[in-house]
Each structure stands twice: as C-alpha cells, then as structure tokens.
Design a protein. Structure first.
Length: 148
C-alpha cells in the first residue's frame, strides 16, 4: 500500500513539486533513527523527547496547505509592508489626507500572520538544537502527508 501511494504521488503533477516520493522511505527511517538517538542520549532522555514530540504533533496540521504557494522572505515582507504603508500618489493633491500614515513596525515577529506554526517555532522559539530538529522532523512529515 505504501509503495502504491508513493508511486501515485510521485506521478501526480499537483504533488510532484511538494514531495520527493522516491526518497520518502529513507526520510522516515532517518527521522526515526534521529529520534531514537535523542531518546538514548542521557542528557536528553525519553521523557523530554516525548514532551517535544507531543507538542509538535499537536500543531502538525497548522502548516501550509496550498501546494506551490510562494512565501516571501523576511526582507521581501519588510519591503511589502513599507510599500503598503505609503499612501497612493493622487493626481488631485488637494484631496490627499494631511495626516501622515504610521510607519510599520519592521521589528515585529512575525511580520505577517504565519499559518505554519511549526515553521514559526523552528525559526523563532528559544529551543535547544535537538528540540529544533524534532520540530523540523514533525513538520517535514506533516507536509508530506497533509498535501495528500
């Protein structure tokens, strides 16, 4: 069943760009091996890994769902916010408002609403490297299955 699903999504034009079906089995094995290593590490332990996994799985469906949707970089988001904050140039200057618009807060995190909560946590949360890796693993697997 897994191989049939892999073949279908490998050849489906809507999912070909979002997944790498030919490498999915290796990806899952690699993720399981890394999780197991974290559990066996005496400085981390099973309970801490399980707690991070539970939290990440709670948020796993809060990811991008549109295949091929472009996402702006931080610099592009800042440029877009500045552009949107400027009033349009009118050919009738007498009708323009005398009140100057407030400049956008370019230090706000996130700059725009972020629907991918695992990505937000991965990029901005104060996490240890192993916690960040577990969040990335859950996100990758969630993206793999959510698009199907």
């Amino acid at each position: 069943m897994f191989m049939a699903t892999t073949t279908f999504f490998k050849n489906n034009r809507l999912f070909a760009g979002g997944t790498r079906a030919e490498h999915s089995l290796e990806m899952f094995k690699s993720h399981a091996r890394r999780i197991e290593e974290y559990m066996q590490d005496p400085s981390i332990g099973y309970e801490r890994v399980e707690r991070v996994l539970d939290a990440a799985h709670t948020l796993r469906f809060q990811t991008y769902r549109n295949v091929g949707q472009k996402h702006l970089s931080t610099e592009a988001q800042k440029a877009e916010l500045v552009r949107k904050s400027m009033p349009p140039v009118s050919q009738y200057p007498l009708f323009q408002s005398a009140v100057k618009p407030e400049p956008p807060d370019l230090n706000r995190v996130p700059l725009e609403i972020e629907e991918d909560l695992l990505l937000f946590l991965y990029e901005h949360a104060p996490l240890e490297e192993w916690e960040r890796d577990i969040i990335r693993i859950v996100r990758e697997e969630s993206l793999y299955f959510c698009r199907k």
